[in-house]
Design a protein around this ligand. Structure first.
Ligand SMILES: *Cc1c(COP(=O)(O)O)cnc(C)c1O
Length: 414
């Protein structure tokens, strides 16, 4: 006999809504930002290169290029690898017959992973995911390669690194560039190699729910100085020098060599990023400890299956995703979602498969059936609250609420 659900008028497990993710900003972070606000350079100053160097050293890459968001990081990466608009919209070439470059992406991600390809005039091609991990399936990647394929973007969904040995072998065999959308995975590792060194270009986001935050912000790491140089041109309107470099040279001359954008990260954001990065190892330890509590609790709840975690990876746990075993429940995901929200648990859904968004269906002729594994997973995934500042009692309220709701909707076994 279970307690009455809050959605049916019972007492909720919590009085206030526990969010699925939340930043951790403390006095050190605030002092770092204020220090820059009192200095001469608010943007394009010394903190940018400093953050880039500290970040590159942290992950063990040669170069890092700071940009204004994770989306800008992915856009800069597509620019750097040479995805170019083949249409007349950008006025670069009038030749409509230039074939559009293809970039292979997974559907189980935020829209930016595919949008960055479209920004540069390319075509995203969706390759389905593995049903256990929901990470891009290397066999599906290989099946989608055509003579127009230029790159693969792997997404370290939830914070678990993809199978980079398999992806690297495929990329090398077909001369493709391997890009990691590592927006979930900063602080993780694969076979002892840190996230940030696993692909040719590795993109990060510093949105408040991500592993570290600068408000908005992003970074791309690479071992290739030429790719890093191109991304720094891209983020600054396609101009080869920045304001501070000209100031130092006492020169007014600059040259715009290509069409770029303003995707710069400010100095006070870079100061915040450096302060946050010092706390990242502790943030990741806390996320892993929360995940362990959930794993232990859900081992006894057969209606709830955590995602598979592979051997040899250190999972950064940006998200903790469960799959509902719907055959054992008298409710669908929407009902479980609504019931948990009513209990005060801010569950979320990551993600609506990107190929099902109206834009892709209309402009790229994608649709249901393209990626059956991701589409089936979408019907049963739920993201539970996980963020470093969660208290032990908050973790307990999540476990209690999941148990309460699942118990209520459980099918009678006989
Ligand atoms: C957050 C995120 C992005 C975009 O990052 P923004 O900083 O919000 O632009 C891209 N890809 C993935 C997988 C993300 O989670």
């Amino acid at each position: 006999m279970g307690a009455r659900l809050a959605i049916d008028g019972g007492t909720p497990v919590r009085e206030t809504m526990l969010p699925y993710g939340h930043q951790w900003v403390n006095g050190d972070d605030i002092a770092a930002v204020v220090g820059v606000l009192r200095s001469d350079w608010l943007t394009t100053g010394p903190k940018v290169a400093e953050f880039e160097q500290v970040f590159a050293a942290f992950v063990g890459a040669r170069e890092a290029a700071a940009v204004s968001s994770g989306t800008a990081a992915l856009h800069a990466a597509m620019y750097a690898v040479g995805i170019r608009p083949g249409d007349s919209a950008h006025g670069i070439t009038k030749n409509e017959n230039i074939p559009r470059a293809e970039v292979i992406v997974p559907p189980m991600t935020f829209a930016s992973t595919a949008n960055c390809v479209v920004f540069q005039g390319g075509t995203p091609v969706f390759a389905d995911v593995d049903p256990g991990t929901l990470l891009i399936d290397p066999a599906q990647v290989e099946a989608k390669i055509t003579p127009r394929t230029k790159a693969i973007i792997a997404v370290d969904y939830t914070g678990q690194p993809c199978d980079y040995d398999a992806l690297r072998a495929i990329a090398d065999r077909h001369s493709l560039i391997l890009v990691a959308d590592a927006c979930h995975a900063l602080g993780g590792s694969y076979k002892g190699r840190p996230v940030g060194t696993l692909a040719d270009l590795n993109a990060f986001s510093f949105h408040p729910v991500k592993p570290i935050t600068t408000g908005e912000g992003g970074m791309v790491t690479t071992d290739d100085p030429e790719l890093a140089r191109r991304m720094r041109v891209f983020r600054n309107h396609g101009i080869t020098s920045d304001h501070r470099q000209r100031e130092q040279l006492g020169s007014w001359f600059y040259e715009m060599v290509d069409l770029g954008y303003n995707c710069r990260l400010t100095d006070f954001q870079c100061a915040l990023g450096m302060s946050q990065l010092r706390k990242l190892p502790e943030f990741v330890r806390r996320r892993q400890a929360i995940a362990q509590c959930y794993d232990d609790a859900f081992a006894n709840i057969p209606e709830v299956s955590p995602l598979v975690v592979c051997q040899g990876v250190s999972h950064a746990y940006h998200l903790y995703v469960i799959q509902l075993e719907l055959e054992h429940l008298q409710a669908d995901r929407a009902q479980v979602f609504a019931a948990l929200r009513a209990e005060g648990i801010g569950v979320n859904v990551h993600y609506i498969p990107v190929h099902l968004h109206a834009f892709y269906q209309q402009h790229f002729d994608t649709g249901p059936g393209d990626c059956p594994v991701a589409e089936a997973a979408y019907e049963r995934v739920l993201s539970l609250p996980i963020f470093p500042a969660m208290s032990a009692s908050e973790i307990d309220t999540v476990i209690t609420a999941v148990g309460k709701v699942v118990h209520h909707f459980r099918r009678d076994s006989n």
